[in-house]
Design a protein around this ligand. Structure first.
Ligand code: GLN
Length: 295
């Protein structure tokens, strides 16, 4: 589709770019939409439309990054999670669709109009904390991360995505190691959520995940079984649950039994796992006995 050498430079059409870009079609369509303003419908209606030189340049740079293996979310600078457009960058894990299971779990446990203290451990881009705060106006949501750069991004996301008039006030952000990041050692919660680092330190998938922060994937307590951070998290979080309160966390596809055992060892009851759309045990949860209602 390139012009014959003798012709005056005729530019590159949208259709030609799509044909020649060597990207997965969905990625190519996303780049055209976001970087060149060409919708899928527009492409189908007029594949001969020429790309502006600026747009062509942006597309070329973005396509090269994707071909080098960088996630689309970093190339675009955003990823949608729970219908919210979160800014993301290499300082945070790209929010995954399966992590929405954690939000679903939280919304089941949080009554729509009741105040509740919720904690998100390892918030990254803020995905879980912001989604819960978005859906539950009266929840007082706090979030912890070990990375200052992640917290900066998360708080920017919250400012953009949440109404300043939320009944529960602004989210609160804490830098540090799980619950030790909180100012008060006796503060307890109605719900604690986490998508912690859980990838084993020698896991072969780390190569494919190389653009994402190792701190978010493997954590600061690297372990061959990937459970180094989860062990510590459960140990710190279980004693900080109010009566009847739930702790729910995401984990790897083969970690369900081990995480249930850790939750039980932490004294929690009604310990169970939930599967994601691919049928994989993806989150496990348990609650502290007592409280106003059981599940
Ligand atoms: N779900 C991610 C992956 O394996 C890992 C996320 C995490 O460690 N929390 O691709």
């Amino acid at each position: 589709m390139s012009p014959p050498p003798s012709a005056a430079p005729a530019g590159v059409s949208v259709g030609a770019w799509l044909h020649d870009c060597a990207l997965a079609r969905a990625d190519a369509l996303a780049l055209l939409r976001e970087l060149a303003g060409v919708s899928h419908a527009g492409l189908l209606a007029n594949p001969e439309r020429l790309l502006e030189p600026d747009a062509l340049h942006r597309l070329g740079e973005a396509a090269a990054r994707l071909r080098a293996g960088e996630p689309l979310a970093y190339v675009l600078g955003w990823r949608e999670f729970w219908g919210l457009r979160l800014r993301v960058g290499p300082q945070v894990l790209v929010p995954r669709p399966e992590t929405e299971l954690l939000v679903e779990f939280a919304l089941e446990k949080l009554a729509a109009h009741a105040a509740a203290d919720v904690l998100d451990l390892g918030t990254g881009s803020g995905a879980v904390a912001i989604a819960v705060a978005h859906e539950r106006m009266h929840a007082r949501v706090q979030a912890v991360d070990r990375s200052a750069a992640a917290l900066q991004l998360a708080s920017d996301n919250a400012r953009r995505l949440l109404s300043p008039r939320r009944a529960g006030g602004a989210l609160r952000w804490h830098l540090g190691d799980w619950l030790q990041a909180l100012a008060r050692a006796d503060e307890d919660f109605d719900l604690i959520l986490s998508n912690p680092p859980y990838v084993g330190e020698h896991d072969v998938h780390l190569q494919a995940l190389r653009f994402e922060p190792r701190l978010a994937l493997v954590g600061a307590r690297a372990a061959a079984d990937g459970l180094g951070e989860i062990r510590e998290l459960v140990a710190q979080a279980a004693p900080r649950l109010r009566d009847g309160a739930w702790l729910a966390l995401e984990h790897g596809h083969d970690q369900g039994a081990a995480v249930r055992a850790l939750l039980q060892a932490g004294g929690l009851v009604e310990v169970h796992s939930r599967r994601d759309l691919a049928g994989i045990e993806r989150i496990s949860a348990g609650r502290r006995a007592g409280g106003p209602r059981a599940a």
